[in-house]
Design a protein around this ligand. Structure first.
Ligand code: NAI
Length: 408
């Protein structure tokens, strides 16, 4: 086995839910006659999803969804799976990145799977001639869903897309536990610095931010949260964290991680306020949360290490990890989310691909929720793989829960 195949076989053994789905897919071939175009982080867990879709009879065309997150050995291994064509390449230029998306679309797909919506954007702009052939799509992440909802609100989204990100079995596990553990371990493995006792700034207390805050707190960090939503700020306060503006946090923080999915969170106003040795990283989808162009334009000195760019600003060293791209995947040793978490997210993707293939023709353009049965199926498969049993509602309890005239 080459290293890509070894990584895939390691991931596969911790993905029992996808394994169960694969058995059914292999037997029933529910995705035959389906051409799936994908733009996802091409690493081992994604590869297990790809081979599951191929086992279900799909022809799969895949490229990356971020110039720094592809693992080339996995991309190579994928190209030897029957029915799979992979065009992803690590550290590609912007032209190569969109070239990969075009190659995937050249296959004239019927179903799309996106992480960030770049594929669907391309389809609705430069590649509109392919739209008629698309039955529907699935979107993996918060930022992609924001973009899709804006498109739908403008009446521009021409086929149905399932918001995989928004379902409980995705965002309560992937965004919270996945991003929490993997972003923190990426910071630790890249910098070799201690978390305990540090001021650890989390920008955005959404699903990703709260996972990260909890993990950092667990390692002994003093956690600061910045927010723009008063409800989430209050939640962070009552969860025991220090809530303040980024203007204040900039002066105090030792380590910063942005998780807002928004732009311009740490900017030219903040860098000069920071401590010497401050470490900055981003776990949001796009590299727009930290203003790197400002650092480039105003640096007095610069040092580059593996995954760390250090800028000298007003005589102080400020280090940015992975060029401000999503840190858990883009640092050199970034492995992305833990395998078990992606088992859940990708089980949803596999079942939603099957759903959109079967039902997409009946739906009009727009963003759709993951069907509840799919969400529950994934949770049940996971519990059964853990050999965990839960109670069932009795008939009387069911009646009680659905009744409006039972009082004291
Ligand atoms: P979310 O919508 O639950 O949370 C974002 C939070 O940021 C919200 O509470 C919002 O009020 C806050 N926010 C927005 N603008 C802000 C500002 N200027 N200052 C401070 N806070 C601000 O979204 P979620 O699910 O936590 O995702 C966040 C980002 O992480 C998205 O870009 C998503 O695509 C990405 N993501 C990254 C993953 C990874 O592997 N690194 C995994 C999953 C999601």
């Amino acid at each position: 086995m080459n290293t890509g195949e070894l990584k895939m076989s390691w991931a596969r053994q911790y993905m029992p839910v996808l394994g169960e789905i694969r058995k059914r897919f292999e037997a029933d071939k529910p995705l035959s006659d389906t051409k799936i175009a994908m733009a996802l982080h091409v690493e081992a867990k994604t590869a297990v999803l790809v081979e599951t879709l191929a086992a279900g009879g799909a022809e799969v065309y895949i490229t990356g969804c971020n110039p720094l997150s592809t693992q080339d050995d996995v991309a190579q291994a994928l190209n030897s799976v029957n029915g799979v064509h992979c065009f992803a390449k690590r550290a590609c230029s912007v032209e190569e990145y969109y070239g990969g998306i075009d190659k995937v679309l050249d296959a004239n797909p019927t179903v799309t799977i996106d992480d960030g919506m770049d594929l669907i954007h391309r389809l609705h702009t430069e590649r509109r001639e392919l739209l008629d052939n698309i039955t529907g799509g699935c979107e993996e992440t918060t930022t992609g869903i924001h973009r899709l909802r804006s498109m739908a609100a403008d009446g521009k989204l021409e086929f149905p897309v399932i918001a995989v990100n928004d379902t409980p079995m995705k965002r309560c596990f992937d965004n919270v536990h996945g991003t929490g553990e993997s972003a923190l371990s990426a910071v630790m493995i890249t910098t070799n610095t201690l978390i305990g006792g540090k001021w650890f700034v989390v920008a955005g207390y959404g699903y990703c931010g709260r996972g990260l805050a909890k993990m950092a707190h667990g390692l002994g960090a003093k956690v600061i949260v910045t927010e723009i939503d008063p409800r989430r700020a209050l939640e962070a306060h009552m969860d025991g964290y220090h809530v303040m503006t980024m203007d204040e946090a900039a002066k105090t923080g030792d380590i910063f991680v942005t998780t807002t999915g928004n732009t311009s969170i740490i900017t030219g106003r903040h860098f000069p306020l920071m401590k010497d040795g401050a470490i900055l990283s981003n776990a949001g989808h796009f590299n727009v949360e930290i203003d790197i162009p400002w650092l480039e334009a105003n640096k007095e000195g610069f040092e580059q290490r593996d995954g760390i760019d250090t800028y000298v600003i007003k005589g102080k060293k400020i280090s940015v990890l992975a060029e401000g791209r999503l840190v858990n995947l883009a640092v050199p040793k970034g492995m992305g989310h833990p395998v078990e978490v992606m088992d859940l997210s990708f089980a949803l993707q596999a079942l939603c691909s099957e759903y959109i293939k079967n039902e997409g023709q009946k739906l009009s353009g727009g963003v759709y929720e993951v069907p509840n049965e799919i969400d529950i199926t994934v949770a049940s498969l996971k519990l059964s793989s853990l050999d965990v049993s839960i109670d069932k509602l009795t008939e009387y309890q069911e009646k009680y829960m659905t009744s409006w005239d039972i009082g004291t």
